[in-house]
Design a protein around this ligand. Sequence first.
Ligand SMILES: NC(=O)c1ccc[n+]([C@@H]2O[C@H](COP(=O)([O-])OP(=O)(O)OC[C@H]3O[C@@H](n4cnc5c(N)ncnc54)[C@H](O)[C@@H]3O)[C@@H](O)[C@H]2O)c1
Length: 439
Amino acid sequence: MRISIFGIGYVGAVSSACLASLGHEVMGVDVSADKVAMLNRGQSPIVEDDIDGLIADAVRDGKLSATSDVAAAIAWSDMSFISVGTPSAADGSVSMVAVDAVVAAIGRAIAGKAGTHTVVMRSTVPPGTAEDRVIPVLEQASGRKLGDRLHYYSNPEFLREGSSVRDFHAPPFTLIGAADGDDAAVMRELYAPVAGEFQLTSYKVAESVKYLSNVYHAVKLAFANEAGAVLAAHGVDARAAFSLFCEDRVLNISPAYLRPGFAFGGSCLPKDTRSFLALADAGGVAPILLRQLLPANQSVVDRSFDAIVRHCPDRKLALFGLAFKSGTDDLRESPFVTLAERFLGKGYDLCIFDRSVQIARLTGSNRAFIEREIPHLERLMVASPAEALAGRKLAVIGHVAPADRPALIAALDGHVLFDLAGIAELRNIPGTIYVGLCW
Ligand SMILES: NC(=O)c1ccc[n+]([C@@H]2O[C@H](COP(=O)([O-])OP(=O)(O)OC[C@H]3O[C@@H](n4cnc5c(N)ncnc54)[C@H](O)[C@@H]3O)[C@@H](O)[C@H]2O)c1
């Protein structure tokens, strides 16, 4: 395949060298005359492990060259990668100046060629860029419609400087965002020699995953540094503690807790976060990130409350779930208790169904807590989903045990379902309106 690569900085230089090493013919395109000249001399425009030899070999073998002539590069190639910079603008938003310029130039050049052209976005761009920004400009400038000799894919780059050549060949996965119904055959073929799963998704999800990844890496680093400093202040070998922490692949280094949804609570997370903050204070460490955890969690309750209110004009609702999670009667620091109290305080007509709490009431196992802490909520509890839904149009799903879902679904009759839990089987129930929190 003939591939033109726009922007031969860190990402573009590595992609150029590695794609040439896979046997493709590659032409780098850059506004920097110095980088173009260096590449044409067989020199790498960046300092990076393993890249010098790859570039020298590819240029010597006639597999790699560079230019600043956009039209010539587009006419010559079948596919263009965009890997220009997307730095921060003064206000912190991403600057799309280079992306916009290169997309418009590529679009105009495509108008002047007959064959099919594929454009691939490697730069890190915000979700919505493909549909709202790039494709309209490409279509307008090229005079083509997407699918008509014009293809566009989002293909975020996951390489790390310092090991980027190795990362190119062994990425966590190959991520492609494509238009609906496009199976991205050309991208599958291109990446066939590269290790890792081929993941095909929508443009927006592909664009988001790159941001999620980098922000999460920042959270991990800030957490490790801050929590490590707290431990060190108390004489703990923080590296040893983190090393064992990472051995837990079930809850710590795993997908656990990484599903967007409602707030956390229960008898451990809030309490132990507070204890750790107290340890930080005692050790003289200012825990800037950790200090935000409980307020951030509270803001989930606030955001949910505001969203539910907008769907509840008659101020009557049924809340499913009161314990802090499904399958337990533990009400300590439950965010659903907070939510219920918020509605009660605002004078809403509320009833609550939670099978585990109901059993606890009947068997007396958690009665002391219930009578002491939430007698005002206990009075609102009902024994079945049908009872909860009768006379109410809005059902707020905090959690509902799988065993109770058939009864819930059977009792739905024109209800609005406000789902805080993201339960797949509650979507698309005929005659109901489904509102998710963030899915
Ligand atoms: N550096 C990394 O490790 C890394 C990793 C993954 C993703 N990314 C993303 O990849 C993108 C590129 O990052 P980078 O570090 O390679 O940037 P970079 O600044 O090193 O390179 C960008 C190149 O684009 C060129 N350029 C600017 N405008 C151009 C135009 N109109 N036409 C042609 N070339 C033009 C610049 O001259 C420069 O050589 C960014 O969106 C970045 O966030 C970077």
